[in-house]
Design a protein. Structure first.
Length: 460
């Protein structure tokens, strides 16, 4: 495939049989996507069926629904397969957005409970804030990689005591938004949306979808706001652990289901342009695994036969990805020539969409046309986003406890680009943030967290 694609690209560049060469190039790339997608789909569908079999009866519905959709698409070859899959994918993306917001909401209580833990457990220590600031500073700059350094600084800032004014907090957000000026306005909107989600609480409609969590959230607020003692702390920690486990299960399930649907869309998008002569026995084996898995009423009864088939596919997915990567690089060239043939636009668009499903991001926006430059982020657009965001944050902060505000602010500070320009400014910020905190329990908690952070990354 690679050799033929190179010959076709040479012909396209030379103006020989251009249209036919582009058509053949489209078919070769579609075939490569299809083969790679089928290998992934076979493996992930088998995992789906295992998860379905392992779940309790009352928790099987999400898996069963995806299985039934795949049966319609690949066993019954139902019409409108792409629309069916796209519809389900949108549902999964909406669910993940809700789960992410709820994770943020409960994550804020992780911050709160960590800071009252030393008092509740009687483990408060006297902390030398200068020494702790120095240790954090050394850790931040211990690696020469600028990306690692930036990530460490953000992680440290997210855990330091927050004693800045709301105005200073808003100034940091404002300056961060202005970094998007001249870029794509939608990127600034996405950034503002991420900040809003940090301030998710019981007033947010997302809890309507998860009423079982709303009760836990309200109880957690009541217990964590009561007298700090071991009993209340352990009760709150238990509530948070239960909610966290619920959300982690939901996220894991959603990721598996989304991966399966993405693979199914990759196969469906490219199937019509596949060149059968380029399919081999291993491609047929992957299809056989897919169909056997979907047809199985008990996947474990079929597992021995399917495992034997999987043995025939060792290393195939990696080989196909290498081929696909090379063809994709060449496609960047011939797609420029394809723009001269409007009748091929739809096929090229389907290939562009298929490429998105090979990325490492499960939740990319496949509806956005990435070939079209979006609205430029001018100053007026940025100021409008900022105004709306600040109004929302002011409303969210009304009635919010001081410690919860600090929790939300700390999480936002971990999202913004590093807002300190020099090493001296960074060391000064670390020192001031710690020095301004008179809460010995919080300082003890921060030291414990930073110690664990340093240990996990450096082993020191």
């Amino acid at each position: 495939m690679i050799k033929e694609s190179k010959i076709l690209l040479t012909d396209i560049r030379a103006g020989r049989n251009t249209e036919e060469s582009i058509k053949k190039s489209i078919s070769l790339l579609a075939t490569a996507y299809y083969r790679y997608g089928m290998q992934r789909l076979a493996m992930n569908t088998f995992s789906l069926m295992e998860s379905l079999a392992d779940e309790s009866e009352d928790r099987r519905e999400p898996y069963t629904e995806i299985r039934d959709i795949l049966r319609k698409v690949f066993l019954e070859e139902a019409e409108g397969a792409e629309d069916i899959l796209n519809g389900k994918r949108e549902e999964l993306l909406r669910e993940m957005r809700s789960l992410s917001r709820l994770t943020d909401a409960f994550g804020n209580y992780e911050y709160v409970l960590n800071r009252i833990e030393p008092t509740a457990t009687g483990s408060v220590s006297d902390i030398n804030t200068d020494e702790l600031a120095d240790a954090a500073f050394r850790f931040a700059f211990a690696d020469q990689d600028k990306v690692v350094t930036s990530t460490r600084i953000q992680s440290i800032v997210a855990e330091l005591p927050v004693r800045m004014s709301k105005q200073r907090f808003f100034d940091i957000i404002s300056n961060s938004l202005m970094l998007y000026k001249g870029g794509d306005l939608s990127a600034a909107e996405d950034f503002a949306a991420a900040i809003r989600e940090v301030f998710t609480d019981e007033k947010t409609g997302v809890f309507e979808e998860y009423p079982e969590l709303l009760g836990t959230y309200k109880e957690l607020a009541k217990v964590s706001g009561a007298e700090t003692n071991l009993e209340n702390y352990e009760t709150a920690r238990g509530l948070l652990t239960a909610a966290t486990n619920f959300l982690e299960d939901g996220v894991s399930r959603n990721m598996l289901l989304t991966e399966v649907v993405n693979d199914a869309l990759l196969v469906t998008l490219t199937k019509a342009d596949v060149l059968p002569e380029y399919l081999n026995e291993k491609d047929k084996t992957a299809e056989e695994i897919l169909k056997k898995s979907l047809a199985a009423e008990d996947i474990y009864q079929e597992a021995e036969d399917i495992d034997t088939l999987f043995l025939q596919l060792e290393g195939v997915q990696e080989e196909l990805f290498d081929v696909l990567s090379r063809l994709t690089v060449m496609a960047d060239d011939w797609k420029d020539y394809a723009s001269d043939y409007p009748e091929l636009a739809e096929k090229v668009a389907r290939l562009n969409k298929a490429e998105l499903f090979t990325s490492s991001s499960l939740y990319m926006d496949t509806g956005r046309d990435f070939t079209v430059v979006g609205e430029e982020a001018g100053e007026d657009g940025i100021l409008k986003i900022r105004s709306e965001l600040f109004n929302d944050l002011n409303l969210a902060m009304e009635g919010m406890s001081k410690v919860m505000k600090r929790s939300c602010m700390a999480r936002v500070l971990s999202l913004v680009p590093v807002f300190l320009n020099t090493k001296d400014e960074i060391r000064e910020y670390f020192g001031k943030a710690l020095g301004a905190c008179s809460d010995r329990s919080e300082l003890t908690a921060v030291k414990n967290i930073l110690d664990m952070m340093i240990l996990s990354e450096t082993g020191e």
